[in-house]
Structure formats: structure tokens, C-alpha cells
Design a protein around this ligand. Structure first.
Ligand code: GLY
Ligand code: MN
Ligand code: MN
Length: 429
């Protein structure tokens, strides 16, 4: 749980970055329509949540910076008996004043008039250029009257790069629940079941342990389905002698986990599956070991490409001269994606990869990233030995950069052939 003081510290840090005579606005997400009059479950805007920890829609944070003074103002939904009967309780102005360590609290009914007042003396207007939310729309009439408009989002994204110890605790909780879900999948898999049945077990496990949502749509891909990177249909049957690629992670208290395990339907890897799996696992372990302060993601990417290319040559998935294959980027056919990404409030955390000068940002203590090499071989790829066709494998863990190196936060999720087979062998079929 993140304390109110920490949210306040984040707001203070952000307000220091704003120029004098500025107004900055960051607003809550709106509900998104699924179809006609039904809506997707509500998810707060990540930047707004990062600065407030407040989960209600139709709310906004405003920073008013004059020459010497900075004021933080929160706008909340007014109490409304009818609305609350249909859509749930609102915190309201009074309780918000007690809870949030902001300077002033008003209701959204006052937003427009207060905004006029704040904007009067401002020279700069900061808002999220990509936001379509109501409070940002309300700003639009003022935009032209102000001298400069600035995007507030990148300032917050930069702050989100380094996780506090409270944030790391939240991520650890998410991963702990995700561990249970993956182990449950290893236990539950059986020939004849459908991919979505495994997905349901995984997501039931998330919810039953207090993770209200997944952090992204689960991928449960049996056999050749795994060769579609964003496969989310999850509607095929689990078949004999196939592997299942499961990329699933829960969101706990707004923090993500992002884990992939590739497991045999029957509980036992075949010999060719083992060969390919162990090659990728070895690469993953080597790349994880490279994580430490000052290392760079591009170095990890390069090394992963080299190691996977060599591994594919050894298994005769690629043929020819190593240097030539590297030059041609031949490995890309089977390993087409990145080695990993930042993770936090968003699964692909919106933190920058480059600094203001366009230079790559090196790792530093408190950053969290995924390491996720994979190989995907289509069932009809005649260039590859038959025994490997129709296999897609990815292995993904969540890694914290520490003072001297790294900590694999998901190290307890079964990963070696032996560990996976051992969990599967306990199945009650
Ligand atoms: N689950 C999305 C990813 O691995 O990046
Ligand atoms: Mn990932
Ligand atoms: Mn993933």
C-alpha cells in the first residue's frame, strides 16, 4: 500500500519541474464504452493514479504555480444520492479534504469557474496532449489565450522510471499472485480442455487472491497458436504432445506483473521441445545476469540476438555462417521482438527509454523490466527440422535493478523443465 505522504512527495516533485506562472492539469480516465450502453470495467489513468492513488472517475488534479507559491488542488465528484445509488459511493469533498494531502479540494461542478481564476495569471499551461478526458476538453477554450502549452505526461513518465520501495512491494504482491496462477495452470492442463478453460483458471486465481484485474489480456496459446505473438482468442483445444505458451499476469493495486511460461499439455516435454526450451532458457538466464546499474537494454538486445542465433544454428533451425546470418538479421524470422520493457503501473510502463538528448537511458537501481526471449516456428516452415515445427516458446520474468546487480522478482515461478514437470506430475486429473 502506498501512503498519502508518498503521493504528496510525487506531486511536490512534479510541481518543482513546472515553470513559474504555470497551471498544470492531470485528469482521471473516463469510462470507455464497450457497446451501446455497456462499459468496460473502469481503470484509472496511470499518471493520475501515480500522483493521487485516487480511483474515482471524473476527477482532476490541478497545479497552480506562481512565482514563489505552488498550490495543488484536487477536484472530486460531488456527492449525489441518485448517481451513487446506480454507480456506487463517491468519496465526496469532505472526506477528500481529510484523505488527500493537497492544498485545496473542490467538486468538479466548480472546475470551470476555478480554472478561469487560476489561468488568469498563468503563462504556461501543462496538460496531457493525448488525453481525451473531460477536464482536458474543458481546457481547450483557454489553450489559445495562454502563451505556451506543454505536455505534462513526459514529466510524470520520467518519474515513473524509478520505483520506490512501496511500489516494489506492490509489484512483488502482483507477481506472488501470478505465480499461483501459473502453477495452477501447470496443474490444470489436460488434453481435450480448451485454452480458455486454462485462462479462466488463471484469472480465477488472480481474483480469488485479491487481484481485481489482469494487467493485460492473457495469452493461452497451444501448439501453433503460440506463433501468433498477440494471440488472445484462446479458443482452441489442448492437444497431445503440444506446448502451451501462457503469457498472463495480474494487476494488484494498480501494479502489473508480466510473466510467460511455456508448458507441456501432458505435463512432460518431448525431446525436441526440451532441446528448444533449454536453449531459450539458457539465453534468458544469461541475459538476466547482464542486468545491473549502467547496463543498457540495447546491449541485452544485441546479446540475446547473438545467443539465439548461435542456439538456432546449433539446432539447425538456421543454417549457414554465423557472421553472415547475424548481418542479415536472419534470427529475426524466429525471434522478432524486443528482449523486454519497463514494467510498473502499466505492463509496458510509460517510462522513457531515451533521455532529453536522445541518448539511451542506462539501468539504475529501482527500475523494473522484463526479460523475455522467445522463438516461434510456424507449423508449415519447411526450412526448419520437422521436429521443431509448430512450436512457439517464450520465457519471461520480471527483474528489479538493484544497487549492484539485479533481483529476479519472479524467480519462484517454476521454470526449468524439471520444475515444470514436477508441478505437473502432482496433477489431480
Ligand atoms: N504481455 C505483454 C508482453 O509480454 O510484453
Ligand atoms: Mn512483457
Ligand atoms: Mn508478457
Amino acid at each position: 500500500m502506498i501512503q498519502e505522504e508518498e503521493y504528496k512527495k510525487r506531486r511536490d516533485k512534479l510541481s518543482k519541474k513546472l515553470l513559474n506562472y504555470s497551471v498544470g492539469i492531470i485528469s482521471a480516465s473516463s469510462y470507455k464504452t464497450r457497446s451501446n450502453d455497456t462499459q468496460y470495467p473502469y481503470r484509472q489513468n496511470s499518471n493520475f493514479y501515480y500522483l493521487s492513488g485516487f480511483k474515482e472517475d471524473n476527477t482532476a488534479l490541478v497545479f497552480v504555480k506562481r512565482k514563489k507559491s505552488i498550490k495543488t488542488i484536487l477536484f472530486v465528484q460531488a456527492k449525489d444520492k441518485v448517481q451513487e445509488l446506480w454507480n456506487g459511493k463517491r468519496l465526496g469533498e469532505k472526506k477528500a479534504k481529510k484523505r488527500f494531502l493537497v492544498d485545496e479540494v473542490y467538486t468538479m461542478r466548480e472546475f470551470d469557474s476555478k480554472l478561469k481564476e487560476f489561468i488568469g495569471a498563468a503563462k504556461n499551461l501543462y496538460y496531457d496532449f493525448d488525453s481525451e478526458d473531460k477536464s482536458v476538453q474543458l481546457l481547450k477554450p483557454y489553450v489559445k489565450a495562454i502563451q505556451t502549452n506543454k505536455n505534462i505526461a513526459p514529466l510524470i513518465h520520467k518519474m515513473r522510471l524509478i520505483k520506490s520501495s512501496a511500489e516494489i512491494q506492490e509489484i512483488k504482491k502482483a507477481i506472488h499472485i501470478t505465480k499461483k496462477a501459473h502453477h495452477q495452470a501447470m496443474n490444470f492442463s489436460k488434453i481435450g480442455k480448451k485454452e480458455y478453460m486454462l485462462q479462466a483458471e488463471i484469472e480465477y486465481t488472480f481474483k480469488s487472491h485479491g487481484a481485481y484485474s489482469d494487467a493485460y489480456t492473457s495469452i493461452v496459446a497451444c501448439g501453433n497458436s503460440a506463433n501468433t505473438l498477440h494471440y488472445i482468442e484462446n479458443n482452441r483445444a489442448l492437444v497431445e504432445n503440444a506446448l502451451i505458451l501462457i503469457d498472463a499476469g495480474c494487476e494488484y493495486d494498480y501494479y502489473a506483473s508480466d510473466i510467460t511460461r511455456t508448458i507441456p499439455v501432458s505435463g512432460q516435454f518431448t525431446q525436441p521441445q526440451k532441446e528448444l526450451y533449454n536453449m531459450i532458457l539458457e539465453v534468458q538466464l544469461k541475459i538476466i545476469k547482464m542486468v545491473k546499474p549502467h547496463a543498457k537494454r540495447s546491449d541485452l538486445q544485441q546479446k540475446a540476438q547473438e545467443l539465439l542465433c548461435r542456439g538456432m544454428l546449433e539446432l539447425k533451425i538456421l543454417k549457414g555462417n554465423y557472421k553472415k546470418l547475424m548481418k542479415k538479421e536472419a534470427y529475426k524470422k524466429y525471434y522478432p521482438h524486443g528482449i523486454g520493457h519497463w514494467m510498473g503501473i502499466d505492463v509496458h510502463d510509460e517510462a522513457p527509454y531515451k533521455d532529453e538528448n536522445g541518448n539511451e537511458i542506462a539501468f539504475a537501481k529501482g527500475m523494473v523490466l522484463t526479460i523475455e526471449p522467445g522463438i516461434y516456428i510456424d507449423k508449415d516452415d519447411k526450412k526448419v527440422p520437422k521436429k521443431y515445427r509448430g512450436i512457439g516458446i517464450r520465457i519471461e520474468d520480471d527483474i528489479l535493478v538493484t544497487k549492484r546487480g539485479y533481483k529476479n522478482l519472479s524467480a519462484k515461478i517454476a521454470k526449468s523443465v524439471k520444475e515444470i514437470e514436477s508441478i505437473s506430475s502432482d496433477r489431480k486429473l
